[in-house]
Design a protein around this ligand. Structure first.
Ligand code: FAD
Length: 464
């Protein structure tokens, strides 16, 4: 049996952040990671083709924070490998390219007359208060604030493709958390004037590690180990021995662990099942198809959102736009993000078949790159997005109430707290969990689980 002061489950950025803080304060810490490397959703996968290297993140990350201390930490960990990148995004919709964020000049130039007329009529109805805000579900939230035309053209099809469920079955929280503009009046203000408050979605500059985001957890792991922490890879937590209000032992296939305190960043639903409570919470998965290309540049854009429902990918990204070191000199690459559920047809599809389908979609989008594909591979993540269905909030509250019975357990991170948070916020929850163990009573479990309310997550202004 292995003993420690604190056992951390999960070697993503949240778990590593907690580990560093605890080890710095002389705690004996063991971190268990089920995969063969640390990083979780912040890993970078590598495609070696001949003697050339292409790098791909789990969906192309950006580091944005308004926490100066956190930024200094990341700067110190990554040193010269931390770049400042600029993003450019567009929305592809029915063979038209819209600038993102939307701007009036581009909309008037690109949008078809029917869409402009429909949206103008909806705007009028909303401004005259003929339609009142309705928060009962995602569809109602959007249609009552942006109108039927924009819902049917953009928000509805994209959302259904992303989540695999009808938007009326999704919680309005999803819209409230992800759409940085409150309603059409806000859109108009944004279109006409330069709003000083920068929503995260609108931030142009961001920090990015030279060789992909996986550089951050790798360097954090080195720091943790140099402070005396221990990381055990390929060590999945399978079960717990628990009694009353305490987790006594943690079991993996090979070993048993005992610790005074446990910080867990494994998905909230899996944690609660192992402790005897079925949460009913679900995740949406993503499959990433990555293509190495024998072309200098695919496009000038970091991200291209594919809003058409009948095309598989939701986003196409070109890693080189974040850092030129992501693809070989003179070449480029693209990654297609394809939403799915674990073990569905897309999840299980063989790579060649997936490539054939995607090639057809790329053709429909007028990207003629078929003869430029040098090599390809794919990987997936089961827990890409917390599924915010209509009653997720109630299910989450009940699960957290149940887990709160265990006095020596703190949940942290994105999956661990079942929240759609970004990596900076995930790191902060790890830090708070560690500080709570180090007797900072200002951090209650409730504060950790709800750290940064939705508005501040969205309005985080880049300090980059
Ligand atoms: C497509 C996509 C794009 C994103 N883009 C951005 C972005 O641009 N900017 C941004 O800031 N954030 C972005 N994020 C979010 C960011 O990746 C996460 O917030 C962050 O990586 C979460 O870190 P974490 O440590 O909480 O969780 P994770 O990274 O998921 O780490 C949890 C770890 O626990 C391990 N684990 C799970 N179960 C067990 C077990 N039973 N035993 C042992 N170990 C276990 C997992 O293997 C994993 O390594 C994006 C996420 C996705 C999916």
């Amino acid at each position: 049996m292995k003993k420690s002061d604190v056992l951390i489950i999960g070697g993503g950025v949240a778990g590593l952040m907690a580990g560093i803080e605890l080890a710095k304060n002389n705690k004996k810490v063991i971190l268990l990671e089920k995969e063969n490397m640390v990083g979780g959703q912040c890993k970078t996968e590598v495609l070696e083709s001949g003697d050339e290297t292409y790098r791909f993140d789990y969906g192309g990350h950006r580091f944005i924070t308004n926490n100066e201390v956190l930024l200094s930490f990341v700067e110190e960990v990554l040193g010269d490998d931390l770049l400042i990148a600029k993003r450019s995004s567009v929305i592809l919709h029915q063979n038209r390219i819209y600038e993102y964020p939307l701007n009036l000049k581009n909309l008037l130039k690109v949008a078809p007359l029917k869409l402009l007329l429909g949206a103008s009529l909806d705007t009028l109805k909303i401004l005259l208060k003929l339609i009142k805000p309705n928060d009962s579900d995602f569809k109602s939230w959007i249609s009552s604030r942006f109108g039927k035309t924009l819902y049917e053209n953009f928000f509805g099809p994209y959302t259904e493709k992303l989540w695999g469920v009808k938007p009326e079955k999704l919680s309005a929280d999803w819209a409230g958390q992800r759409i940085s503009l409150i309603d059409l009046k806000d859109v108009i203000k944004k279109l006409l004037f330069k709003n000083k408050k920068t929503a995260r979605t609108y931030a142009i500059s961001y920090r990015y590690p030279k060789y992909g985001f996986g550089g951050l957890p790798k360097k954090m792991a080195e720091k943790f180990i140099s402070l005396g922490g221990e990381i055990i890879l390929n060590e999945a937590v399978e079960s717990f021995t628990y009694k009353d209000n305490k987790i006594q032992l943690v079991h993996t296939k090979n070993s048993i662990y005992e610790a005074n305190q446990i910080i867990s960043t494994m998905p909230l639903n899996e944690m609660s099942t192992k402790l005897g409570f079925e949460s009913g919470l679900k995740f949406r998965s993503l499959r990433f198809l990555c293509l190495g290309l024998d072309i200098e540049d695919f496009s000038p854009h970091t991200w291209q959102y594919v809003s058409d429902y009948d095309l598989l990918p939701t986003r196409i990204q070109e890693p080189k736009r974040r850092s030129s070191s992501m693809s070989p000199k003179g070449k480029s690459s693209i990654m297609l993000e394809i939403p799915c559920n674990k073990n569905d047809e897309i999840w299980n599809m063989n790579e060649d078949k997936l490539l054939e389908l995607v090639k057809k979609d790329l053709k429909k989008l007028k990207f003629e790159i078929e003869d430029k594909i040098v090599d390809y591979f794919s990987f997936s993540t089961e827990h890409a997005y917390t599924l915010m269905d209509i009653d997720y909030s109630e299910k989450r509250d009940k699960t957290i109430d149940y887990l709160n019975n265990f006095q020596n357990l703190i949940m942290a991170g994105r999956q661990g707290t079942f929240r759609y948070i970004f990596l900076d916020t995930a790191m902060e929850t790890g830090l708070m969990a560690a500080q709570k163990i180090l007797n900072d009573e200002s951090h209650t479990k409730e504060k950790i689980y709800n750290h940064r309310n939705e508005k501040t997550v969205i309005e985080t202004k880049s300090v980059a």
